[in-house]
Ligand binder design. Structure first.
Ligand SMILES: [Zn+2]
Length: 624
């Protein structure tokens, strides 16, 4: 029997369910009965145990109170402590989105608050945390996520229907095509196919290739890829080498779902909007525009970590924490009924850091694993974090004690928050009280971190709960304009965290122009400087560099501190593979230089005695 028929047979006679439909992987019941809307847990339990799908009960538009009336009721119910900021009604979905500073105060003990909202308004509440830092980019991203609920309802329903449309299955085969990131870092993209399904894993740009050149893009012209037949796209995390080409898929005719976590969605919006902005100002035409980013966001489905989600008739997706950046995921795909299990790691860090928990190893079954290899080379050994912290702090304090300024070039997401966390710890211990200025997109990235504390380490969550958020320290100031930057120029000793991480543009250029000739100042690199970047030139000891056509003397103290990487090093990758709950039969190494991928594959073979390889781009491999 069809799932929906099963659901119908379990509904009480007075449930008054007017509409019963799939919305993506879930079943949603729209009821016209107040009693059933408010008290349905027993029925829902029975349905879930029968059909093994998530079930939600929402009110019909007719049942819900008029939005104006509901709005004033909500304002009355939610006291100041909740920090209510916005109420958005989505009548077709029966939902009211409540954005507040303290979601816990809205939800209440054991969800009492939510039940009261249901009772008093007859709307189905969804609570979202407002970032603790104002940021236009985050606001813009979040605006997009609630646009056009009518479209959203139809879209989710369509996706839901397609997931249940099982074709006749003959020979059960599974294959993966390597469309990018093999024997290279950049343009991550894999196509996973069965007779039933076509699913894409990541779709990034290659930042080291010439903009607009073929090497900049994954092999989207592979003969086995037809965007009109694509059922789903899964995004591991929001770094441009993984997400940068996703809007392009929508430009080229794909109009299906995109699966990723909520922070990944928001960050992807921020980064791709920034990318097209940058691309335009450099007059290299971006391969897509904001309408394609919008199209992607409207079709994004955001499972929580650990939630099993049907994405096609024969594939189930589970995302788990990968410890790399906020929201980054390991992607586990279960194919068929126990036929095969694939773990695609994206980028991962098997180490606890300031901000994040180490990558999750708890997967019941994995037959094939596709692992990143960035720092999987023979000599890739990470300095222990404690040591790096010490080195960084001592370099920094040396400069400050001399009355100098410290410039730390960082990428907006990841490294900047790690360093900020470290400085916040020092401030907590009263070891340090100089001003810290942050400039560039770091503010937006920080704001996003404050919106999703549940994705951060226990330590940071704890601090947030004790009202001691590392993002809201008094000494940490944001520089948002030209004038504010001029004020920093006149400051005494201070620390400046600023983009871009490898000094290829952004506000760091102005600080260098101003401070580079003074020997008491210092520049501390905490991230990789790629060949050809100005950062690499300075790291290699240049005495003079050119910025905006102007010759600048480099007299300040330059040093590099390693060990802040967001990736696992070679030993951590080996340990991760060993400690996986289920050892894979086969491991494919990607996302690394050619020699690194080969070296890691050969070591993993020796250690684990399993089949390993480092495929090149445009190979197709059968997995079962
Ligand atoms: Zn990454």
């Amino acid at each position: 029997m069809d799932d929906l028929e099963d659901v119908k047979s379990l509904l009480p006679a007075d449930s008054n369910v007017k509409d019963l439909k799939y919305e993506a992987s879930d079943v949603v019941l729209y009821t016209g009965s107040e009693d059933f809307f408010l008290d349905n847990s027993q029925t829902v339990k029975e349905i879930v145990s029968k059909i093994k799908k998530r079930v939600e009960v929402r009110p019909t538009q007719k049942l819900s109170h008029d939005p104006d009336k509901a709005k004033s009721k909500l304002k009355e119910l939610l006291d100041d402590e909740a920090g209510l900021e916005e109420i958005i009604f989505q009548p077709s979905l029966g939902k009211v989105i409540i954005r507040a500073e303290k979601p816990g105060k809205v939800i209440g003990n054991n969800g009492d608050g939510l039940q009261e909202i249901r009772e008093e308004t007859l709307w189905s509440p969804q609570v979202e945390r407002v970032p603790a830092i104002d940021s236009k980019v985050v606001d813009r991203a979040r605006e997009l996520t609630v646009e056009d609920p009518d479209f959203r309802k139809d879209f989710l329903h369509e996706v839901g229907e397609k997931i249940r449309l099982k074709k006749s299955v003959g020979d059960e085969w599974i294959r993966v095509s390597t469309l990018g990131s093999c024997r290279q870092v950049g343009r991550s993209c894999f196509l996973l196919q069965t007779e039933e399904s076509n699913v894409l894993l990541d779709c990034g740009i290659n930042p080291s290739a010439e903009p607009g050149s073929a090497e900049n893009f994954p092999y989207l012209n592979a003969p086995e890829l037809d965007l009109r037949d694509l059922d789903a796209v899964i995004l591991s995390h929001a770094h441009m080498d993984h997400c940068g080409m996703i809007p392009y898929l929508y430009k080229m005719g794909y109009d299906g779902p995109l699966y990723c976590t909520e922070p990944t969605r928001d960050l992807m919006i921020m980064l791709t909007l920034d990318y097209i902005g940058l691309a335009h100002s450099e007059s290299a035409n971006a391969p897509y525009d904001s309408s394609h980013i919008k199209k992607a966001v409207k079709r994004t489905i955001t499972p929580e970590f650990g939630e099993v989600t049907d994405i096609t008739p024969d594939m189930r997706l589970t995302l788990k924490n990968s410890g790399h950046i906020i929201g980054s995921s390991l992607c586990h795909i279960h194919v068929g009924e126990g036929l095969h299990n694939l773990l695609y790691t994206g980028d991962y860090n098997y180490d606890n850091t300031e901000m994040l928990r180490a990558a999750d190893t708890n997967f019941q079954r994995v037959e094939t694993m596709i692992t990143e290899s960035t720092y999987g080379g023979k000599d890739d050994e990470q300095t222990p974090r404690e040591e790096s912290n010490k080195k960084f702090l001592s370099k920094m304090k040396q400069t400050l004690n001399k009355g100098g300024k410290v410039i730390v070039p960082v990428f907006a997401v990841g490294r900047s928050q790690e360093i900020l966390g470290l400085l916040a710890d020092e401030m907590d211990r009263d070891y340090f009280d100089y001003p810290v200025f942050i400039d560039g997109m770091i503010r937006g990235a920080n704001a996003l971190h404050t919106a999703y504390p549940e994705f951060l380490s226990e330590k940071v969550q704890d601090k947030v709960h004790r009202d001691n958020s590392p993002f809201l320290k008094e000494n940490i100031e944001t520089v948002g304009s030209y004038n504010e930057r001029q004020e920093v120029f006149d400051e005494g000793p201070c620390v400046i965290l600023t983009t871009s991480g490898s000094i290829t543009g952004g506000p760091v250029m102005s600080y260098l122009k101003e401070f580079a000739d003074e020997p008491d100042n210092s520049l501390i690199f905490v991230g990789y400087q790629f060949a050809g970047s100005l950062g690499r030139t300075i790291q290699n000891g240049a005495d003079q560099v050119e910025i905006d056509g102007e010759g600048i003397d480099v007299n300040l103290d330059v040093s590099s501190v390693s060990g802040f990487s967001a990736h696992s090093d070679r030993q951590q990758i080996i340990n991760y593979c060993k400690n996986l709950r289920s050892t894979p039969n086969r491991i494919l190494c990607n996302h690394g230089e050619e020699s690194t991928c080969f070296s890691l594959a050969s070591t993993l073979h020796k250690v684990l005695h399993v089949d390993t390889s480092a495929p090149q781009n445009m190979e197709a491999l059968r997995l079962n």
